[in-house]
Design a protein around this ligand. Structure first.
Ligand SMILES: [Fe+2]
Ligand SMILES: [Fe+2]
Length: 253
């Protein structure tokens, strides 16, 4: 397979010229497997948004990658998809680094965590949009999620659905495989996906996921995304082929 110019085997990778995928990988709950801890930057003509903050363990790399990608353009928004360490642990770092930026998302509890930054929190909900000039990010109620403050979002320019903990999949990471899309790697192991979903989301082990799988189908048919960008797996560039695997990983098949 020809490797695109931006595909190096290591993050970061540009999904499109104005959409960066960065972050890092760490040992997963299954021996021999690694999990992505990804974040993304969308660059628009009037602003730029960081989607998830990166894990604090990857602070140096993601700070460097975001700076290189933006080339002097400031971040205007930071969107933590929910209030967990891998998704939001660097929020104060980014707000310190970009003093004019605001945090946007379901910020319901953040005044308790970072009270001195509360004036810089913008509360949004399902259907609200963030205008970045030549693109809009629409916030979407999540379907497969863990915490109640989770939000997903859809970028209309790249047609990317950012879905946080959903559609996660671990795979063996030999050197040079961290930046691959799902079409570029073998299908994920279903048992390992089920193990992750049981541990990270909790409710799939107790709940019939059939209804939520149908809701996922409806959302994806309506959006017809080019990419699914989750925090804990390869970026999905072929969701129609992958959804049966993800449904099986939720125990809904
Ligand atoms: Fe989570
Ligand atoms: Fe997560």
């Amino acid at each position: 397979m020809d490797r695109p110019a931006t595909m190096t085997g290591l993050l970061p990778r540009r999904i499109t010229p104005d959409l960066l995928w960065t972050g890092g990988c760490m040992a997963a709950s299954v021996t021999g497997m690694l999990a992505h801890y990804s974040c993304f930057v969308l660059r628009g003509s009037t602003g730029a948004v960081l989607i998830d903050t990166g894990h604090p363990s990857h602070r140096a790399q993601v700070t460097r990658d975001v700076a290189d990608f933006l080339a002097g353009q400031p971040l205007t928004h930071i969107f933590p998809t929910h209030a967990e360490l891998p998704h939001a642990g660097l929020l104060d770092h980014w707000l310190d680094l970009f003093p004019a930026a605001v945090a946007i998302g379901d910020m319901r509890d953040w005044h308790l965590y970072l009270p001195h930054l509360a004036p810089r929190f913008r509360q949004v909900a399902d259907g609200d949009t963030l205008d970045l000039g030549n693109r809009r990010l629409r916030f979407i109620a999540p379907i497969w999620r863990d915490l109640p403050d989770t939000l997903w979002a859809f970028d209309d320019a790249s047609r990317t659905l950012f879905l946080s903990d959903a559609c996660a999949c671990f795979h063996p990471h030999s050197p040079g495989q961290s930046d691959r899309f799902t079409s570029e790697v073998a299908p994920p192991d279903i048992a390992i996906m089920q193990d992750f979903n049981d541990k990270a989301l909790h409710w799939p082990r107790y709940t019939d996921c059939t209804d939520s799988a149908a809701a996922m189908d409806a959302l994806l048919e309506a959006l017809n995304p080019a990419y699914l960008a989750g925090a804990h797996g390869a970026v999905v560039d072929d969701w129609r082929r992958m959804m049966p695997h993800f449904k099986a990983g939720m125990g809904a098949c």
